[in-house]
Design a protein around this ligand. Structure first.
Ligand SMILES: [Zn+2]
Length: 829
């Protein structure tokens, strides 16, 4: 968005040198209608160089009044989101009064109306630099201050903020001052909320959602509170600092762009996590992980905050690492590391092999626009995998001792990579800086390949990293099953040889998935995998093998058909929901809908359908297992292709149930209808009837997806106009984009592929970074895996006017597309 400036690192450093913020008081008025709200900020701050000048960040709809030390300043001096402040004194008081615009994209103060009951909700998302769309601030992580917030709201609303709040009279809320926090963490949530309150270990707890979800939240309250309590107890066992804020509210909010946001005492989570339909247990695990991740941020990020965005990983990698470890060891979701291996880590591996990769700890984040692009698989998945390596090398005790010393030294302040390394080095006596140079300052994934008794270790930059992991040898039992013959720890590069037992039929490097590394197999082991992958007894080892097959396809080393043969042979017997879900997703999205040529796609899709039907049969007598049946049902629906299968789906829809269960809930009904729409076996009449029967936002998204998916030029054009020229929320845009491209409709979509590259840039620029992510990550025509699409994407990237978020999204999609094109070529040969 071109009407506001991005803050550079140099500007932030200069402002930090000059200013110290003492207190911030904020008063918001949410009673001024659906377009704007009132915002008054009073900032008291010191200046080390009286007479100096600086600027305050404010991005209002209308700036009403600015008063500095009793002097009224001209509001017309506002330029590109910055208001200049001159003639500063040693002690200053700045008052800024403004009308602020509500947002429709989840950036700033988001406002939306629940279609289920017409209730309005608002929430504040200040991160990363959208705080000035809510209040005036010196908006950078290292100018922390205590915030005291008060809010005027409609009297029937509940308002939740960072500090503990109370309603002093109907419609008037006051919140306790926070400890010193960064401006990007200031938040509030308001509306006719459904609230559940509890307490644990002296900490007041709150769970909140919109009214129409009340019954669904209530159904899960016991689980949500149990996870919260277990995680607090775990953190209080391992950290010397207690939870640093006065209360802990978890607010499930509509149309939220991220998984969640770690606002101190007022965490916001996307309200898809209040499940309205049945979900596999893996999705409950994912929700638990998100909750535990945000709780870790109360220490990593909120208590001690990175000085500048180049150390984002000090927040995200730590929260991600903690989330997996704490979830696996302290909650019922003991398989959290399998989820990491099967699903989350691929996000890191993929990102790390793209042209847009960057070090976990980059030193080149020059401004906030660049910082926003680093919220990716590197900062989360790779960073946490790197920390897992660090803990394996240092031992947990030394690691936690260093971390606790780090918290003590910088509580309620800011810190850098260097500060953390100093604390870890002092606590462990090890060469942490050498480790950090290899792991945090470099890019790319190392590859390990057994060659006889040697391990061939290659890296992207020619300097292989140190790794601590395990290697397992498997042999056949007399019954023909596989069992571990031996498992050995390896410290690479020192232990570069493995002794293979004479009876070994499979050598598997990184079998416990401790490493962050790609593995390949020797030819004899690969033959064993092809015949017996499903017979490998440990779930983690199977995850590593499926992961290797996945990246062999992406690297152009394994033909898509050979991957599908593995799926056909070994997925029907798989018991891990994580693995079934991850393998089916990759097989469908990358392989069948991209890497397989159009001529053989119907056969490939039919193969996948067979696998899903076998899984469905296998789970016939277990309708309420932990999710395998639901994943199978979703798979059968999504792979339906011919008239008889469409008729079967129509039968399920009419009966309201899958034979043998489950009963169709809203999610399944909309998935069924989507597939029928794609196949031309349902249309507007069915969509309108479904929407009328359940007028919720789930249904609005379902309807948008179905309408965009219909094989009808007018339907495609309507979806296109809404997506590229309308004002859709990010959720409705996502739903529309998901419906639009269907490989079955390649002929109908041919013209739109070229048009996508023409209209992407202007549309994304008009609507900002969150929509740019939707338009690239979801709306990209990935199914058209041809040289022609590659060239069109390259031409589009040559446009110098693309915004940073659009460019980054397009670069990443182009990388996946090139890999699909390369895999397709492998099929042709
Ligand atoms: Zn996070």
């Amino acid at each position: 968005m071109s009407d506001t400036s991005v803050l550079t690192r140099a500007e932030a450093a200069e402002r930090h040198r000059l200013l110290g913020v003492r207190t911030v008081r904020v008063d918001l008025d949410l009673t001024r209608g659906p377009e704007v709200f009132g915002s008054t900020t009073v900032i008291r701050f010191g200046c080390t160089a009286p007479g100096a000048e600086t600027f305050v960040d404010v991005k209002p709809a209308r700036l009403r009044r600015v008063v500095l030390n009793g002097r009224d300043l001209d509001p017309g001096a506002l330029r590109a989101g910055r208001f200049p402040l001159t003639g500063l004194a040693a002690d200053n008081e700045l008052t800024v009064e403004a009308d602020m615009a509500y947002s429709r994209t989840g950036e700033g103060m988001h406002r939306c109306t629940d279609p289920a009951d017409g209730e309005d909700y608002v929430y504040a998302q200040s991160f990363l630099d959208d705080g000035p769309r809510i209040l005036a601030s010196f908006d950078q992580p290292d100018l922390k201050a205590p915030y005291t917030v008060s809010v005027t709201a409609p009297p029937e609303w509940t308002v939740v903020g960072n500090g503990a709040g109370r309603q002093v009279r109907p419609g008037r809320w006051e919140f306790a001052p926070t400890p010193a926090i960064s401006s990007y963490l200031v938040s509030l949530v308001a509306g006719r909320l459904h609230s559940v309150r509890a307490e644990h270990d002296g900490i007041p707890l709150g769970l909140h959602c919109r009214r129409s979800l009340a019954a669904h939240l209530d159904a899960d309250v016991a689980e949500l509170l149990e996870i919260t309590r277990q995680a607090f107890d775990h953190y209080h066992r391992i950290f010397r600092h207690r939870y640093p804020f006065d209360s802990y509210d978890q607010c499930f909010v509509p149309e939220f762009n991220l998984g969640a946001m770690e606002n101190p005492g007022c965490v916001t989570l996307r309200d898809d996590y209040v499940f309205r339909s049945a979900v596999p247990d893996t999705e409950r695990e994912k929700r638990a992980m998100v909750m535990v991740h945000e709780m870790a941020h109360m220490w990593f990020g909120d208590l001690v905050t990175m000085t500048w965005w180049d150390d984002l990983w000090l927040n995200e990698s730590f929260a991600e690492y903690m989330a997996h470890g704490v979830t696996a060891s302290s909650t019922r979701f003991t398989g959290a590391w399998t989820g990491f291996a099967a699903q989350r880590k691929t996000w890191g591996y993929d990102a790390d092999q793209r042209p847009s990769t960057h070090p976990v700890a980059p030193d080149t984040v020059d401004d906030t626009a660049q910082a926003l692009q680093n919220f990716d698989g590197i900062s989360y998945a790779k960073g946490s995998a790197a920390l897992r390596q660090l803990v394996a090398w240092l031992g947990e005790e030394a690691f936690l001792a260093g971390v606790n010393d780090h918290f003590d030294a910088h509580a309620f302040g800011n810190a850098t990579l260097d500060d953390l390394l100093g604390a870890l080095a002092a606590a462990s006596g090890r060469d942490i800086r050498g480790w950090a140079d290899r792991w945090l300052r470099t890019t790319g994934v190392d590859t390990l390949r057994p060659d006889g008794d040697r391990i061939v270790h290659t890296s992207a930059d020619g300097r292989p990293r140190p790794h601590r992991l395990t290697v397992a040898h498997y042999r056949r039992t007399t019954g023909g099953a596989l069992e571990v013959a031996d498992r050995t720890p390896l410290d690479l590069p020192a232990d570069s040889a493995v002794i293979r037992p004479a009876d070994a039929v499979l050598t598997l490097l990184n079998d416990t998935d401790l490493g962050y590394v790609k593995i390949r197999l020797d030819p004899a082991s690969w033959r064993t995998v092809r015949s017996s992958l499903g017979a490998v007894p440990e779930e983690l080892a199977r995850a590593v093998l499926w992961g290797s097959a996945r990246d062999q396809v992406r690297d152009g080393e394994l033909a898509p058909g050979a991957y599908l043969d593995l799926v056909d042979a070994h997925l029907p017997g798989e018991t891990s929901v994580h693995l079934v879900d991850a393998v089916l997703s990759f097989a469908r999205e990358f392989v069948v809908d991209g890497a397989v040529p159009p001529a053989t796609r119907p056969a490939a899709l039919a193969g996948l359908a067979r696998v899903c039907r076998t899984l469905l049969r296998r789970t016939e007598d277990r309708p309420d297992d932990t999710g395998l049946r639901l994943v199978a049902v979703r798979g059968v629906i999504g792979t339906a292709a011919d008239e008889s299968q469409a008729a079967e789906l129509r039968g399920w829809l009419a009966a309201g149930t899958v034979p043998g269960g489950p009963v169709l809930d809203p999610d399944l009904r909309w998935q069924l209808l989507l597939r029928l729409c794609v196949l031309g076996a349902a249309g507007e009449a069915e969509i309108a009837a479904e929407l009328a029967a359940d007028p919720s936002d789930t249904s609005e998204e379902g309807a948008a997806r179905c309408r965009a998916a219909r094989p009808d030029p007018a339907a495609k054009e309507a979806a296109w106009q809404a997506l590229f020229h309308g004002e859709l929320s990010t959720y409705l845009a996502t739903a529309t984009a998901r419906g639009l491209w269907q490989p079955e409709q390649a002929g109908l979509l041919a013209g739109l592929t070229a048009r996508y590259f023409e209209e992407l840039g202007p549309a994304a620029a008009r609507r900002g970074p969150a929509m740019a992510r939707v338009l690239t990550a979801v709306a990209f025509p990935a199914f058209a895996a041809t040289d022609r699409t590659v060239r069109a994407a390259e031409d589009c990237l040559a446009d110098p006017d693309l915004t940073p978020a659009t460019r980054r999204g397009l670069v990443d999609q182009l990388d996946t597309l090139r890999r699909a094109v390369r895999a397709r070529a492998l099929t042709a040969n």
